[in-house]
Design a protein around this ligand. Structure first.
Ligand SMILES: C[S@@+](CC[C@H](N)C(=O)[O-])C[C@H]1O[C@@H](n2cnc3c(N)ncnc32)[C@H](O)[C@@H]1O
Length: 453
């Protein structure tokens, strides 16, 4: 057993689903973040449990062949990209293994076809930035949090953010400093500016800034808007989002549009999307096209199918599917997203879609009770996966194919296991997509088909 503060030497044998290197010292498991398979490192023990310990990287004694020099200047401190030290090809191998492990260990499946990752480039890919704002040495700063903390690592350039978001961050923070507007202090619950959020339409060139504030009436607000307009002349819209709660949730429910329409548009595969501040939209638009194309291919549409798109957000998968299906029903819980989805269908003259606002699990149970038939069900839940009642409803509706889009291999594996119980469904193929390069996150689209008896 190790003592806290003890320095150990360890050879890294693997990388976990959290992106941490792992090795053994005298048969005891030690996790060391920011290491990669093949590294021999010195680590300082920071916590010990019965069966494992965690250590902080102190020194790389022998670097792995798979190690590269991270491009980000604040990589060491920032909690954002936990795999930037791994060669990009190796990142893809790590993620494929994360999916394989989840499918076999949690799902209990063997011999499943898991394809090599699809990828669309590893830098400047994010269309959405959410930078916390704080005060360090009397200066207003913005950046990203340290791992597992709310301590800000100040930066004005993030390699995974779109160039326009980096520019927005630099300009807005300079102006906030000039005008001496107080950032929000989480501990004391006082101050004005909490986060700077940006969204970029990579194919339309439109940009949105959302400044998250504790209240709307604060000194220098008009000047702030005026200066932002001048510094960012191509900004499409500026919105203030009000969040006065003592909470970790970034956005409040109320948006006040300062100028522009309060949303931006993006185009993917010829389909136009309206995106509001509170609506979910995939953060990697190029990766998104690969993901959705695969989802449509897996749906096997001929033009005759009735399709459900559960957890539909602003209707992005719904509209992709609608082009090839008879009709698609989107289900989503966030009212603003449903509004956007309805608008998006109109914007694209797509008439064979409808949307229901509500919890996907409630709506699906209702549809199953009504004996409704659908040929394909697509689900794209948040990280926690699907509600159990939704999975049960899918089995009762009994579509020919289920297309499961997931950003969390662990909950994906759990849910696939439930869908395959009783031999009703079988997994045909899993396609991981690298939607979040330089981090250990991985998106998957899975095709399941009904087992004919
Ligand atoms: C991962 S996003 C997918 C959105 C969309 N399919 C896309 O690709 O843009 C998950 C969505 O599920 C919504 N959501 C979360 N819980 C839900 C629930 N119980 N019922 C319906 N929608 C839910 C979220 O608001 C979010 O829009």
């Amino acid at each position: 057993m190790f003592k806290k503060g003890e320095i150990i030497t360890v050879t890294i044998e693997d990388v976990t689903s959290e992106g941490e290197g792992v090795g053994k010292v005298h048969g005891f498991t030690v996790f060391v973040p920011k290491t990669v398979k093949g590294d021999v490192v010195k680590g300082k023990i920071i916590s010990t449990k019965k069966t494992y310990a965690r250590a902080l990287l102190q020194e790389i004694i022998t670097p792995s062949e798979k190690r590269v020099k991270p491009k980000c200047l604040v990589y060491e401190e920032c909690g954002g990209c936990n795999l930037q030290h791994a060669d990009y090809g190796h990142q893809l191998e790590i993620k494929r293994k994360i999916v394989e492990d989840a499918i076999s260990r949690i799902g209990g499946f063997q011999g499943i076809s898991i394809k090599p990752l699809l990828t669309a480039g590893d830098e400047n890919y994010r269309n959405k930035m959410q930078a916390p704002v704080g005060l360090i040495d009397g200066k207003v700063v913005a950046g990203f949090y340290k791992p597992k903390s709310h301590e800000i690592v100040p930066t004005d350039y993030c390699i995974i953010q779109h160039e326009k978001s980096n520019e927005i961050l630099r300009e807005v923070i300079e102006i906030v400093n000039d005008l001496a507007i107080q950032p929000y202090n989480e501990t004391k619950g006082v101050g004005i500016i909490r986060h700077i959020m940006s969204r970029v339409g990579i194919n339309t060139g439109q940009t949105m800034v959302v400044i998250v504030v504790t209240k709307m009436d604060f000194p220098q607000k008009d000047l702030l808007v005026e200066r932002i307009k001048k510094a960012l002349p191509n900004l499409t819209t500026l919105v203030f989002n009000i969040n006065e709660e003592k909470t970790n949730v970034i956005l409040g429910n109320e948006n006040v549009v300062s100028f522009g329409l309060g949303y931006i548009e993006e185009i993917a595969q010829g389909i136009k999307f309206r995106i509001s501040p509170l609506s979910f939209f995939q953060v990697n638009p190029r990766g998104m096209e690969l993901l959705y194309k695969k989802a449509v291919e897996y749906a096997g549409l001929t033009g005759r199918e009735r399709v459900i798109d559960a957890y539909c957000g602003i209707g992005s998968i719904t509209l992709f599917m609608a082009k090839k299906a008879k009709e698609v029903l989107g289900i989503e819980v966030v009212p603003q997203a449903v509004k956007d989805a309805v608008e998006n269908a109109k914007l694209n003259n797509i008439v064979n879609v409808s949307f229901i606002e509500g919890k996907a699990e409630d709506v699906m149970v209702k549809l199953a009770n009504q004996g409704e038939h659908y040929d394909v069900v697509v689900v794209d839940p948040p990280r926690k996966g699907c509600d159990q009642s939704l999975l049960a409803a899918i089995k009762r509706i009994a579509p020919q194919r289920v297309v499961y889009v997931s950003c969390n291999p662990a909950t994906l594996a759990r849910d696939l296991k439930i869908l395959c119980e009783e031999g009703l469904y079988q997994i045909k193929e899993i396609q991981p997509v690298d939607m979040f390069p330089n981090t250990s996150h991985v998106e998957c689209v899975t095709l399941m088909s009904k087992v004919e008896k």
